[in-house]
Design a protein around this ligand. Structure first.
Ligand SMILES: Cc1cc2nc3c(=O)[nH]c(=O)nc-3n(C[C@H](O)[C@H](O)[C@H](O)COP(=O)(O)OP(=O)(O)OC[C@H]3O[C@@H](n4cnc5c(N)ncnc54)[C@H](O)[C@@H]3O)c2cc1C
Length: 464
């Protein structure tokens, strides 16, 4: 009889695991359960969808037919209510039980809602699923002013994509500067500079007290210091927590997320967890900041979890990249504890390069513990490896000297580096490459089409 691999969650981790299992075992039964209504889509590119750069068929990466062709059973709008590991069963909200041989929990995160009055008004929205993004896209057509609450990656995405639509955006920043728990001061300034250049008004040292409404609709927000800011749309980029509600009572060990070992196995031998919901022991290396949520890590862990579920040996990958994103065309990567301020045995080295490229390396006791790379995708993979290897300053300098020299020779007018829209691996497109040529991503094997508009190059996913 074939083995039944069940997966809760159809995001980066769950989808990647399903594909890897199918590729390795043609006879296996593979099922994915997701509470969402769409097949796999590019969650990290919801902003591009909102700004109008991506259409619905472009953001949906795999059609339902493609799942059928690959014999992956996809259960849309199917919420798992609880688990019964001793009986190897997942339980739907209807009470129906489905047995599995191996289970992967890849349920991502849930929003922690703000606790302020007015959130039930029309015009107040969150932004974390494609269904929600569709609603927002429909709702913004007549909006001229918007307020963005929350300054995490979702708040940042909202500010960027609403501004790209020509909407006047006000974003509240709790402290003196943007994202202090993730970025150093220099990088905060750069991110703030980009947002302000694009017309986003940042209101610093301010929290929100309430959303104000008239006739059931949002018309603005009231700040903690009593100011009123007008807004027809109030978009909430709430804090996130691992989505573990349905795991409670199952006996599986849960901390901040679901605790897993190096192979992503939970405290129950036939249950694995991957992506934003998982809490690998290696997170202790980062302390609380390790709980940052990241597409690249979810994608990498999907493949690792699949190997564990199949019983094959895979080299554990220490994924120290905590964030990889693009803000108005500028790459930003945060690796490990790249934001730490110098002091005690912590030392920070700042490297300023051409085209406003900025790299920051953080050493603790002479060992690399983190980095921030802004303005380029180059050297992110090397720095991830060097953090994992706890490299010395000498090793880091030697590696960077090589990669940055390479980068310089790559800086021909028609050579550019971009990351894969699916797995975020870094790809360099060389001078002389034909526009329209198709490249395979070296990491996830996705076919990518090279685009060039005479000034700027980018990569698009080739539709199957
Ligand atoms: C607007 C936005 C912008 C982002 N930008 C970036 C970025 O630039 N860079 C970056 O690194 N990351 C970014 N992220 C974060 C990134 O998308 C996540 O880190 C990544 O999607 C995590 O993948 P995952 O597979 O762990 O979980 P998810 O992609 O969150 O998928 C979880 C899945 O589990 C399902 N699920 C949850 N609970 C249940 C249940 N009880 N029953 C059934 N199904 C369930 C959900 O329906 C979903 O399909 C962004 C996120 C958002 C929302």
């Amino acid at each position: 009889m074939s083995t039944h691999f069940a997966i809760i969650g159809n995001g980066a981790a769950g989808y990647r695991a399903a594909k890897a299992i199918r590729r390795a075992d043609g006879d296996a039964q593979v099922s994915i359960f997701t509470e969402e209504r769409y097949p796999f889509y590019l969650r990290r590119q919801l902003g591009e969808f909102l700004s109008g750069n991506l259409t619905l068929p472009e953001i949906i990466f795999q059609s339902r037919n493609a799942y059928r062709r690959e014999r992956i059973d996809l259960f849309l709008m199917t919420r798992i209510a609880s688990l019964d590991p001793p009986d190897h069963a997942v339980v739907f909200t209807s009470g129906q039980r489905v047995r599995y041989d191996r289970l992967l929990i890849a349920s991502g995160t849930r929003a922690v809602p703000f606790e302020i009055p007015g959130l039930d008004l029309e015009g107040v929205t969150t932004f974390d699923t494609l269904a929600r993004a569709q609603e927002v896209r429909g709702a913004v057509k007549d909006v001229r002013q918007a307020a963005v609450l929350g300054e995490g990656i979702i708040g940042l995405t909202l500010a960027e994509s609403l501004a790209a639509r020509g909407i006047r955006v006000t974003q509240l920043v709790r402290g003196e500067r943007f994202w202090p728990q993730m970025l150093d001061e220099q990088t905060s300034l750069r991110v703030e500079g980009i947002l302000e250049q694009r017309g986003v008004t940042l209101v610093r040292n301010t929290a929100v007290r309430a959303v104000i409404g008239a006739g059931g609709r949002a018309i603005g927000i009231e700040t903690a210091d009593g100011k009123t800011l007008p807004a027809e749309l109030v978009a909430c980029g709430c804090r996130r927590r691992p989505a573990v509600g349905f795991v409670e009572g199952s006996g599986i060990d849960v901390g901040r997320g679901i605790r897993v070992d190096e192979a992503l196995r939970t405290s129950h031998p036939d249950v694995f967890a991957a992506g934003d919901v998982a809490e690998p022991a290696a997170f202790d290396e980062f302390g609380d900041e390790g709980a940052a949520f990241c597409w690249q890590r979810a994608w990498t862990q999907g493949a690792l979890a699949a190997a564990g579920m199949l019983g094959t040996r895979a080299e554990p990958v220490f994924e120290a990249v905590r964030l990889r994103t693009v803000i108005f065309g500028q790459d930003l990567a945060v690796i490990g504890r790249g934001h730490l301020a110098p002091g005690g045995n912590t030392d920070a080295v700042e490297l300023h390069g051409e085209r406003d490229i900025y790299r920051r390396l953080v050493f603790e006791g002479g060992v690399l513990v983190g980095a921030i790379v802004f303005g380029t995708g180059e050297s992110v993979h090397e720095l991830n490896r060097l953090v994992a290897e706890k490299a010395s300053r000498q090793e880091v300098e030697a590696t960077l000297a090589v990669t940055t020299t390479d980068a310089r020779t790559d800086l021909l007018p028609t050579t550019f580096a971009r990351h894969c829209p699916i797995c975020a691996a870094e790809l360099v497109v060389h001078h002389g490459t034909r526009a329209g040529a198709v490249l395979a991503c070296g990491a996830c094997n996705t076919d990518l089409v090279v685009r060039w508009d005479g000034e700027r190059g980018w990569l698009e996913i080739r539709r199957p």
